[in-house]
Each structure stands twice: as structure tokens, then as C-alpha cells.
Ligand binder design. Structure first.
Ligand code: IPE
Ligand code: IPE
Ligand code: MG
Length: 237
């Protein structure tokens, strides 16, 4: 009998609670985001150690542009800085970075760094770290639909061949399997426009802990909860 516990192949995380964490400490919201980068680092290591192959982080939603300009600017700076600082360690641990989301809205500088980190880590085979940036599920579906409609218009795609796989293949996430487990920290229980198509059969886990405090033990706990779940996919056991 195989007693090995199933490890989720793909874990997707909605990192939430940076602002509340900072507020509790009497700090600026930005300090919470800075602390959150450290959590990304430690969670990636924990996931790689556990054998997770894809780890997706929801880092900036299409709606997050609506935050105060100073916070948005600070997040962009933090993104560039983190890419510079983290790239050597990512390469060293065999992590490959992929970006999902629509990039053209970012400044040229940010776009440059995004391309750079994808290129620099392209050889990584141990784990794929996916960053969702200027991402939302509805925007991703909009772009996929435009692309499919264009192919139909050009005559390279028949309407009858639009099936679920073809739609999945036109999403930003086409290179990876659907998430098995979605974690959202800070106690909020919503998707906030994240991987709505892909998470159709994901398991959900909503720990109360704020993202900067999310520990390796919290991650292990999430995997344990996942392992105890009964995934039926609409069928009868
Ligand atoms: C998540 O933390 C980080 C981003 C959305 C960039 P928040 O900034 O949303 O933290 P809260 O929800 O205000 O505590
Ligand atoms: C979701 O968090 C987006 C990211 C984690 C990047 P938000 O804090 O922006 O979501 P809402 O506003 O609480 O739904
Ligand atoms: Mg939030």
C-alpha cells in the first residue's frame, strides 16, 4: 500500500495582511510589504523542500492600481529591488520565475526587470515560482477571449474547436497545472479576482495569520489540511 501523503503539485497564495501587520506595529503600510518579501523567501524554500513544483504568489492585482500613488510606487520599487537582491539565491536553489498578468501597464524599468528575472532563472528545475503581477482573472479571460476571437476572425481557428483545453491554453497559466491548493492569509475568505478559472477544483485554506507572520510551520499546516481533504471532483468514491 502506498502510504505517501499527497503533496499538492501547485500551491497558489493570496498574500494578504501586510497593511494590517504594519498598522499593528505602528508602522507605514510599506513596511508591511517589505516584511512580506521575507515571507515569500521563506515560503518558497519551505515549498521546495516539501516537493511542491509550482508556487504562485498573488503580488499585485489589476485593482491594486487604485491604492494611493505613494504605496503603488513603493511596491514597484520593492519589486525591482527584490528582483536584484533575490536572483542569485533563486538560481542557486533551482527556482525558475515566471510572471503572469499583463505587463504593458508597468514602467519600462519594471518590465525590464521582469524579463531579466525570467531569463536569469530559466534553467531552474526544482520549483517554479510564479508571480501574479497586474493580474486579475477577469482581465486574463478578457485577453484570452480577444486572442481566440482574433484567430477565428483570421480563419486559423474553427469555432467548434473551442473547448476547455483551448481556453486554458490561452490563459497566462498555460504552462502549468491548475492549483491544487489556494491559501489566503489574514482571515479574508474571498478570491479577489485570482485564478477563477484555474481554481475550479482547488482546495481552499484561510489561516488567520497575517502574511508577514506566515511561517514555515503555517505552510506545513496548510499542506496537512490539504492532505486530510477528500477531493472527489464531482464523482463518488
Ligand atoms: C497584501 O497586503 C499585499 C498586496 C495586496 C500588495 P495588503 O496591503 O492588502 O494588506 P491589508 O489587507 O491592507 O492588511
Ligand atoms: C488581493 O488582496 C490582491 C493581492 C494579494 C495582490 P487585496 O487586499 O488587494 O484584496 P481585497 O481588496 O481585500 O479584496
Ligand atoms: Mg489586503
Amino acid at each position: 500500500m502506498n502510504t505517501a501523503k499527497p503533496i499538492p503539485q501547485h500551491v497558489a497564495i493570496i498574500m494578504d495582511g501586510n497593511g494590517r501587520w504594519a498598522k499593528r506595529q505602528g508602522k507605514e503600510r510599506t513596511e508591511g510589504h517589505i516584511a512580506g518579501v521575507e515571507t515569500i523567501r521563506r515560503t518558497l524554500r519551505a515549498a521546495a523542500k516539501q516537493g511542491v513544483k509550482y508556487l504562485t504568489f498573488y503580488a499585485f492585482s489589476t485593482e491594486n492600481w487604485g491604492r494611493p500613488e505613494a504605496e503603488v510606487n513603493a511596491l514597484m520599487e520593492l519589486l525591482c529591488k527584490s528582483i536584484i537582491c533575490e536572483t542569485p539565491a533563486l538560481k542557486e536553489q533551482g527556482a525558475r520565475v515566471r510572471i503572469i498578468g499583463e505587463r504593458s501597464r508597468f514602467s519600462e524599468k519594471v518590465q525590464h526587470y521582469l524579463t531579466q528575472i525570467e531569463q536569469d532563472t530559466a534553467e531552474g528545475e526544482r520549483i517554479t515560482m510564479v508571480l501574479a503581477l497586474n493580474y486579475s482573472s477577469r482581465d486574463e479571460l478578457r485577453r484570452a477571449m480577444q486572442s481566440i476571437a482574433n484567430k477565428v476572425k483570421e480563419g486559423t481557428l474553427a469555432v467548434e474547436s473551442i473547448d476547455e483545453k483551448l481556453i486554458s491554453d490561452h490563459l497566462d497559466t498555460a504552462f502549468m497545472p491548475d492549483p491544487d491548493l489556494v491559501i489566503r492569509t489574514s482571515g479574508e475568505q474571498r478570491l479577489s479576482n485570482f485564478l477563477m478559472w484555474q481554481a475550479s477544483y482547488a482546495e481552499f485554506y484561510f489561516p488567520e495569520v497575517l502574511w508577514p507572520d506566515f511561517s514555515e510551520e503555517d505552510f506545513a499546516e496548510a499542506l496537512e489540511v490539504y492532505t486530510a481533504r477528500d477531493r472527489r471532483f464531482g464523482k463518488v468514491k
